[in-house]
Design a protein around this ligand. Structure first.
Ligand SMILES: Nc1ncnc2c1ncn2[C@@H]1O[C@H](COP(=O)(O)OP(=O)(O)O)[C@@H](O)[C@H]1O
Ligand SMILES: [Mg+2]
Length: 153
């Protein structure tokens, strides 16, 4: 099945987009390192659809697809949501909790509208932060981000 067929349209921009996706998939089919992707475009231009298509057609297609609505994560919960925490990390942490990166291990984490994260730089820096749970540091999902505005995140 050609999942790229889900991306409808014959406009030159869509034809070029399908070709670009094919090239990404060809380059990553046997790669150990998967380049982080950034999908940029106005609302409704198909960023979520493209993220799903790339995931399903790519080397992580058999793994989970974890769709993260970045705008919905409250500031204070960012680290716990993304990276989880270990037992005893804070007073109420009686049980360890897996973060979204860990849940996406072996698959794709889609950070939708990443520029709307309370602290967008957090995503880069805290993968190495001492407080990030060790299992989350070991997790290695393919990272795909979207933004409706130009961003350097
Ligand atoms: N090229 C396309 N082919 C088929 N459906 C599309 C295409 N572009 C957008 N859509 C559909 O339009 C709707 C909005 O797309 P979505 O991926 O949510 O856009 P965005 O994430 O950029 O806001 C979805 O139902 C999506 O499946
Ligand atoms: Mg979207």
């Amino acid at each position: 099945m050609d999942v790229l067929g889900d991306l409808l349209g014959q406009a030159s921009s869509i034809v070029a987009l399908r070709e670009q996706i094919r090239q990404i998939l060809a380059r990553t089919s046997h790669a150990h390192w998967l380049p982080p992707l950034l999908l940029q475009g106005e609302t409704g231009t198909g960023k979520n659809l493209v993220a799903h298509v790339i995931h399903r057609a790519g080397p992580r297609g058999a793994g989970p697809f974890v769709d993260v609505n970045c705008a919905a994560i409250p500031d204070g919960l960012l680290e716990a949501e993304l990276f989880g925490f270990e037992r005893g990390a804070f007073t109420d942490a009686r049980q360890p909790k897996a973060g979204l990166f860990q849940r996406a291990n072996g698959g794709t984490i889609f950070l939708d509208e990443i520029a709307l994260l309370a602290d967008p730089s957090f995503c880069r820096s805290s993968r190495n932060a001492p407080s990030a749970a060790s299992a989350a540091r070991a997790a290695n999902p393919w990272m795909c981000r979207s933004s409706r505005r130009p961003t350097r995140i």
